[in-house]
Design a protein around this ligand. Structure first.
Ligand code: 26Q
Length: 823
């Protein structure tokens, strides 16, 4: 087939192939003797990247010329994964390129697989940022992502003797063909030093921040193409480098080697992503990273503003808005004040009015231990001017509160941005709330709990600031690209409108009653399961059968996510097999994957337990094909793209009230998995959309968890439940750690503790019963397929196109910009 690619740009197929060949042989200097697919991947990516550049410049210039209102998504994490397939999909050239590569004797899949993941994030929050910027581009919204260009992304996970071993992820080793360095937009970032104040000619207090040790922030831009719409937005990531004079000073003193070595201090700032998905408190390097992101991004936006409007900021808030991805970049509130006051000469009230109309804050967690606090002494040392400004913001804010509630000193203490105690701390969430015009949670339950619990006082003060934006995922990557067979069936059935309006999946609903359609749906699901088996065969010699339930839990390993509850269920199934209690058995293959924060002791123990249980079960001839347990090492974006099409059952089993939203739950649903889940985060909304009859609900509600935690007695629960008692006894007698005595004692103690905040024992019975309903349902394959179709059909709400449309209509208020190009 001769498929023409974008002839207007001189991008016909023959030109494309010529470009590919030229890059391969002349740019990269390879020939037919080169066996590594990596260079073919690079040459192909360069040829494709060329096809984005015209649109990118056009988009950039259109935003500038129209002087439209713009939004900036500030995030310490952008978990982008791979770029190649996504770029081809959004340009609409997937099939043409595949054919062209095939004609050259190249296997597309091999090229795609040789791209490293851009793992610049921990999990949900980072991947959400990536899905958001995809949807912004597709919705033609003028939104720029600002983040950090970590030299090392999320560590890669090896499992050795059942334990997690972290390996650094040097993802940039072979270069990155998708980024463009733009040294012309470098900004200077100050650290340390001291401040000095004086009164200016108008009687205003003015402050200088001096004797600082500066570093430079250099931007690297990645194109973010919309879905076949001509828009190409920008993800701008900052790299820290040393300043010129930083070296020179030392050089003049004769310490050449010292001065070159000192460069490291500066460049270390963006060296590595912090691999904790909860707060790692108090690390100075982390605060430096956060300030670098905030300051460089704000200077970038303000610099371009001043270029167009001079020092007139009267329209700044009407034309610019910053969305803060959790508190990680929330020092931007104080930095915007500093830039407006100290650099651009505004007075306090004007600067504060602008700041408060410009910043918006998204919260992603209710866990109190995950809330960011910085010690005032560290803050002062690293960022003295910022600390002063935060104290001033707090003084003004405290005056506001006491005007509203005169004499309520306890309220002042509770709401203060500065927490008093042995040592003073800055409460970053409060700084974000006070400095923002919008505060949102990421699912309905989560937003409600924020208002009634964590941020109750603030909600009482400013009810209109608070709102909910239920998360989503981009259907381009998480359905169209990762599951092309299912996507093709959907398009053949209801047309291709669903790609940009996922609510159209509703049109699949009647086809759940269509026998032929169901047969095809089932074939595709089984095919995806087989592919998953083949993919896993590389690493495991476990033989799992395609007719078993594929029961999947992939996410960061955390006690609140309760991978432990999942393992207890697996041990219970094993125990049933050993006791011969296998009437009406349904074969099951349990897949668990996820990384533990390197310093999280219990999470690492849980990984070890999963692997030990897996070894015992998978090698027991009594068990055979009835049950398998597999730990999937190094779970990451590109692994999820292979996993989610092949899942039958999605495990979303967090303790109610603890998972803010979850987004893996949405990817699985879109790909036709059924959910077994608690009433937590977005699970509640998933169940609402699909109906209780197509969802396996279990467990305590958030209120019941709260209530029970006051008189929780796990030992009584264990003793009253034969099945649980046997599971606990198997663990206690060391059945899964025959040669490693005592290694699971702490896990056992946590289950039995009346202070176990995750209430694993409390939900065991209800979980086991729900799993029984799963088994019964899976026996009726045809009915299961119906439910699978209905899950996909009901997943329309969980597109980030919907989420971003809500952010835009209720918070940002941007107008879509048509990039009028004929290509
Ligand atoms: C903070 C300080 C120092 C070092 C690390 C951190 C840090 C880094 C990442 C704290 C938290 C995170 C990530 C949190 C996260 O991913 N939260 C998840 O966000 C998803 C998107 O909204 C939700 O769906 C999940 O429920 C939530 O757990």
């Amino acid at each position: 087939s001769t498929i023409t690619i974008l002839p207007e740009l001189g991008m016909a197929e023959q030109d494309f192939v010529a470009d590919f060949k030229r890059y391969y042989s002349h740019r990269l200097g390879r020939d037919e003797n080169c066996t590594s697919p990596h260079y073919a991947y690079e040459a192909l990516s360069m040829a494709i990247s060329d096809r984005l550049i015209e649109r990118w410049k056009k988009t950039y210039n259109t935003y500038k010329e129209t002087d439209c209102k713009r939004a900036y998504y500030l995030s310490m994490e952008f978990l982008m994964g791979r770029t190649l397939s996504n770029a081809m999909l959004n340009l609409g050239i997937t099939e043409a390129v595949e054919q062209a590569m095939y004609d050259l004797g190249l296997e597309m899949e091999e090229l795609v697989e040789s791209e490293p993941d851009a793992g610049l994030g921990n999990g949900g929050l980072g991947r959400l940022a990536a899905c958001f910027i995809d949807s912004c581009a597709t919705l033609r919204l003028p939104v720029t992502g600002y983040g950090l260009r970590y030299e090392y992304g999320m560590f890669s996970q090896d499992i050795i003797n059942g334990e997690q071993v972290e390996k650094p992820d040097h993802w940039l080793r072979n270069g990155n063909v998708w980024e463009i360095e733009r040294p012309e937009y470098t900004h200077r970032i100050k650290f340390g030093g001291r401040t000095e104040s004086h009164i200016d000619e108008f009687g205003n207090k003015r402050t200088s921040w001096m004797d600082t040790q500066d570093i430079l922030a250099v931007p690297y831009d990645t194109p973010i193409p919309g879905y076949r719409n001509g828009t190409v937005n920008t993800l701008r990531l900052w790299k820290a480098t040393a300043t010129e004079e930083f070296n020179l000073q030392e050089f003049n003193a004769g310490d050449y080697a010292e001065s070159v070595a000192a460069k490291n201090t500066a460049e270390n700032i963006t060296m590595v992503l912090y691999p904790n998905d909860a707060n790692e408190n108090g690390k100075a390097l982390r605060l430096r990273q956060q300030y670098l992101l905030a300051s460089a991004s704000l200077q970038d936006v303000i610099g371009s503003w001043v270029g167009r409007h001079g020092n007139n900021f009267s329209e700044f808030a009407a034309k610019n808005t910053f969305q803060l991805n959790d508190t990680h970049p929330s020092i931007a509130v104080a930095e915007l004040m500093r830039l407006l006051l100290d650099v651009h000469g505004l007075v306090w009230d004007d600067a504060w009015a602008i700041t408060r109309k410009t910043m918006a804050y998204t919260n992603h967690t209710l866990l109190p231990e995950a809330l960011e606090r910085w010690s005032v002494s560290l803050f002062k040392q690293l960022l003295p001017r910022l600390m002063e400004i935060i104290f001033d913001i707090n003084a003004h804010f405290m005056a506001e509160v006491s005007a509203h509630w005169p004499g309520d000193t306890d309220r002042l203490r509770r709401m203060s941005i500065i927490e008093e105690g042995d040592e003073q701390h800055v409460r970053m969430a409060y700084l974000a709330i006070v400095g923002s015009y919008s505060v949102n949670g990421v699912a309905a339950l989560h937003s409600k709990l924020l208002q009634q619990g964590l941020f109750r006082d603030f909600y009482e003060f400013w009810p209109d600031k608070f709102n909910n934006k239920t998360n989503g995922v981009t259907p381009r990557r998480w359905l169209a690209a990762c599951n092309p067979e299912l996507a093709e069936l959907i398009t053949a059935t209801i047309g291709n409108g669903w790609l940009t309006d996922l609510s159209q999946l509703k049109k699949l609903e009647p086809f759940a009653e269509d026998k032929k359609f169901r047969k095809r749906w089932h074939e595709i699901k089984q095919g995806a399961k087989q592919k998953l088996i083949d993919y896993k065969k590389h690493e495991h010699d476990v033989d799992f059968n395609v007719d078993a339930i594929f029961d999947v839990q992939v996410k960061r390993v955390h006690e609140y996510k309760r991978q432990l509850l999942n393992v207890l269920h697996v041990i219970h199934l094993y125990d049933r097999i050993k006791r011969g209690d296998t009437a009406n058995w349904t074969d099951r293959c349990v897949l668990i994957g996820g990384k533990a924060a390197p310093g999280y002791y219990m999470a690492k123990k849980i990984i070890k337990l999963i692997n030990n249980v897996s070894n015992v079960i998978n090698s027991d001839p009594d068990v055979g094909r009835k049950l398998k347990l597999v730990f999937l090492p190094n779970y990451r974006v590109s692994a999820m793209e292979k996993i989610c099409p092949g899942a039958d059952l999605s495990e979303q089993i967090s303790t109610a009230g603890k998972e803010a939203s979850g987004t893996g739950n949405m990817k699985f649903m879109m790909n036709g998995a059924l959910t077994i889940g608690t009433l937590d985060g977005a699970n509640i909304e998933i169940r609402e959309e699909v109906g209780d009859e197509n969802f396996f609900l279990f467990g305590l509600t958030e209120e019941q968890v709260e209530e029970m935690s006051r008189h929780y007695d796990p030992n009584a629960i264990i003793n009253q439940d034969e099945d649980l008692l046997r599971v606990i006894k198997l663990l206690e007698c060391g059945h899964f750690n025959q040669f490693e005595p005592g290694i699971f004692d702490d896990i056992l103690a946590s289950i039995k503790s009346p202070h176990d905040p995750w209430m694993t024992a409390a939900d065991f019975r209800s979980f086991i019963d729900a799993q029984k309903r799963v088994e019964a349902a899976y026996k009726d394959q045809d009915h299961w397929t119906k439910m699978s179709i209905l899950n996909c059909a009901a997943s329309g709400k969980f597109s980030t196109d919907r989420t971003i449309t809500d952010y835009n209509t209720e918070i940002w208020k941007l107008k879509p910009v048509n990039i009028d190009n004929k290509f």
